[in-house]
Write a protein that binds this ligand. Structure first.
Ligand code: CMP
Length: 485
């Protein structure tokens, strides 16, 4: 800041000195030099086509042009350094300043020229000189191309100083430092300067991450297949969201981007407060992921190949058999079963894991198995005019899907996982086996079904009461369905 102020002061002093000098030169020229030079020249140049008057006009033109140049610079500084910056809040683009200076100076120069050389028509001189035009055109082909591309860039305003851009086939990436009449100057993340000519930038695609925009980044990582996706999402999202420079305006998204040969491939999408620091933030995010996975017993994937030997045994339960037997013993309808029967039932169950929001059962479908919630929670939902209505939330040890299994009717409701949920599936055959040895089971199940049916009916138009009569009807149909006596 101080260095800047110092250099401004020096520039100001230099400007005052230069202006003073030119003004003094003009004064001296008009008052002293001109009369004596005129006498001197007129004595030597009699009879020549070039008169002394024309020669004397050259220094005048030079001195006045210098004064005009200084005046334009002063005006430029006042307009853009003070007025523009105060009113718009940011520095005026160099190109605009240069174009302003160029036009102002040209206008002043033409005025001065016309004042001094009243007999020469400058406009006609330019317009009639075709060769002059061709020469200028050819010589300035590239420069003019850049110049006009620069003007169109400014008119378009696709980006501003301070934005991060990726430009050109070489994918130059960096923060825009200035846009001049010739090139865009960007500072790369290695602190190098890259100059991309305006005409090239106008031809190529430019990717812009505006400074005042919530720009996002994608960071990828992989975990092994046995890690739970729901847990991974939760753990990683929480770890990333409070990292430095990760915007708290939008919660980061963690999602599966692919199922690889040896890993579940993830991507984290997060939004940055300051996009220009994305390299550091990406690195921090990866670091957070490492710690979060480590803390939560999740594992980064490494190249592995799992050989699955197919066995004729159907689905293996996810959870160990005695754990399943324990869970089943806690289910009220299975309380009459002996330890052996529970073990047998456990053997015949299959465990399934569902992600939050996944539908386990759809209303109206056929169903020939029931489920016990081993871990997690599910919602039982029926479709209403206003949308899905939750009639019950079932947690560990609760069962569902028994209605279709025992009555043969279609599923009465949707069942949706509310969080990561593991369920144990019990099929028709396993149940029939148990009914054979425990006839009382059919009765307790028919009570549950009747109650649930009543619950379902409560929400709909025709209300129903659970009655002994109905339960008896259900019991009969269960027995019929399972071929029991
Ligand atoms: P089923 O009809 O086979 O499929 C949907 C399941 O949702 C149903 O069996 C029951 O297990 C369950 N269900 C229906 N209504 C209720 C309720 N009111 N309370 C608890 N569970 C229910």
């Amino acid at each position: 800041m101080a260095a800047n102020a110092g250099s401004n002061q020096r520039r100001f002093i230099a400007f005052i000195l230069a202006t003073g000098f030119v003004a003094l030169a003009l004064y001296v020229f008009y008052h002293w030099l001109e009369p004596s030079l005129r006498d001197y020249l007129s004595a030597r140049m009699t009879g020549r086509p070039v008169t002394e008057d024309n020669l004397l006009k050259i220094p005048k033109l030079i001195l006045w042009s210098l004064l005009a140049f200084l005046g334009v610079r002063a005006l430029n500084t006042i307009l853009f350094d003070f007025v523009f910056r105060i009113r718009r809040g940011f520095e005026a683009p160099t190109l605009v300043r240069n174009v302003f200076s160029l036009i102002a100076f040209t206008v002043l120069f033409v005025l001065i020229f016309n004042r001094i050389y009243t007999e020469i028509n400058l406009g006609a001189l330019f317009t009639t000189s075709a060769i002059f035009g061709v020469i200028i055109g050819l010589a300035l082909q590239d420069t003019l191309g850049n110049f006009f591309a620069g003007i169109s860039l400014h008119a378009d305003r696709p980006f501003q100083v301070g934005d991060v851009i990726v430009v050109g086939q070489q994918k130059h990436t960096g923060v825009v430092e200035s846009i001049t009449w010739r090139a865009i100057k960007i500072r790369t993340f290695q602190n190098h300067i890259v100059l991309v000519s305006n005409s090239l930038a106008a031809r190529e695609a430019i990717e812009v991450a505006p400074r005042d925009n919530l720009n996002a980044r994608l960071v990828v990582f992989s975990t092994i297949y046995t890690d739970s996706p729901a847990k991974t999402i939760h753990v990683v999202r929480e770890a990333v969201r409070d990292a430095d420079n990760v915007s708290d305006k939008i919660t980061p998204i963690v999602r599966v981007r692919g199922l690889g040969d040896s890993s579940i491939d993830w991507e984290i999408k997060y939004w940055l407060d300051d996009y220009a620091k994305y390299n550091d933030t990406d690195a921090l995010v990866r670091q957070r992921v490492w710690y979060a996975l480590r803390r939560n017993g999740l594992t980064f994937a490494f190249p592995t190949r799992t050989v699955h030997l197919e066995r004729s045994v159907p689905l293996r339960p996810i959870t160990a058999e005695d754990q399943i037997a324990d869970r089943l013993s806690a289910v009220d309808i299975f309380s009459p079963l002996s330890t052996d029967e529970l073990r047998q039932l456990a053997k015949a169950t299959a465990g399934h894991v569902f992600a939050p929001g996944e539908t386990l059962i759809r209303a109206g479908e056929e169903g020939s198995s029931m489920f016990v919630v081993h871990s997690g929670r599910v919602a039982v939902q029926v479709a209403d005019r206003a949308g899905p209505r939750t009639v019950a939330v079932l947690t560990e040890g609760n069962f569902f899907g028994e209605m279709a299994l025992f009555t043969g009717a279609p599923r009465t409701a949707n069942v949706v996982a509310m969080e990561e949920t593991e369920v144990l599936e019990i099929g028709h055959d396993a149940m029939k086996h148990i009914f054979d040895t425990n006839p009382s089971l059919a009765e307790s199940i028919s009570w549950t079904i009747a109650e649930r049916q009543a619950d379902l009916a409560k929400g709909s138009a025709e209300s129903a009461q659970t009655s002994l009569h109905e339960t008896a009807g259900l019991l009969a149909s269960i027995k019929r369905f399972f071929g029991l006596h």
